[in-house]
Design a protein around this ligand. Sequence first.
Ligand SMILES: [Zn+2]
Length: 369
Amino acid sequence: MVKWADICLPKDRGGLGIPASRRMNVALMLRWVCRILRGDGGLWLQLLEAKYLQGKPLLACPHSAGSQFWKSIQAIKDDIRLGLRFSVGNGSRTQFWLDPWLDGEPLSLRFPRLFAICEEPAILVSAAALEDRWQFAFRRSFGPEEVQEWDVLNEVVPLPVSSVYDNVSWSLSPSGEFSVNSAYQALCRVPVLSWLSPLSKAPMPLEIKIFVWQLLRDRLPSGTEVLKRHGPGNGTCPLCHVPETGTHILFSCVAAHALWCFVREALGPEWEAHDLAEFLQTRATQVGRKRRLFRLVFAAMMWTLWTTRNRMVIERVFQRHASDSFFKFLAFLQLWHPLARPRDRDQLQLYLDALLTSDQRLSVRSPSS
Ligand SMILES: [Zn+2]
């Protein structure tokens, strides 16, 4: 799922380039969200309170039908978390798992296994705090990893001890007061990815462009992401038995490692990578044909790893040889070859020749791998 604010980003920041005026509208609406959260309003807030909120904090209110104004607020309210700082008093206005009230990070991310099996994801801090301990309803009993998370949680998450109401402030302006300008900046504050803006013109099928766009926005439905959303699976990589993140699937997994080695062997030491941000940064200065071909090879690698992973996780089909993914990767490149600009095709063919030679060399060296 891609957030509205992400779609509003300029293309060179990984968005789809929807005009900035829309982003400004979101920033303007966030001012109302902030006022509701802080209880800063007159009659209009009393009306919202009586009709929709009914004692619940706004962020804990389920999406529901209502007036145009209410629907607009509901649609964008989660973006307020970009700059919101919670200071918990009695915990009655803060959601335990979802609001970033401890060290600026939601506890759902810090304790994903517990969050995945909790009965009430939107539970308030005050409702979860008994006198001297935390208490939650879970859907099943704990395994060893959940026991470990539970012990850490009890050690590091402080129980609320105050009787005053929770306070929210805006962390993106020095005064702690919400400003539309700072919200607007926050809505597009992601690094500029200079090589990304011409992605729409890159020589690859639309499906792959959308995949790369998701990848760059860190929105791939990896095991840990699915687990966070209460989806199926245990969130670990079936090959390495560690939490399966996007970076794991595409860079550090044993399957990814083999493909990266293969490409590095064929195309040179610049094809070395440990995570996406690092890799793209080193490639950001490339221009022209080199950049276009880089994007093509990179997308073919990522698509190979992602589809191989999906076959493993979803269809339970495992590769018999590491070289299966090399062939798959080469097949994608060959398939996309006609999509490349005519003047890039010769160079791409040289890449393909080097990759094929490398593949034969690897097969000779280790026929069983
Ligand atoms: Zn793995």
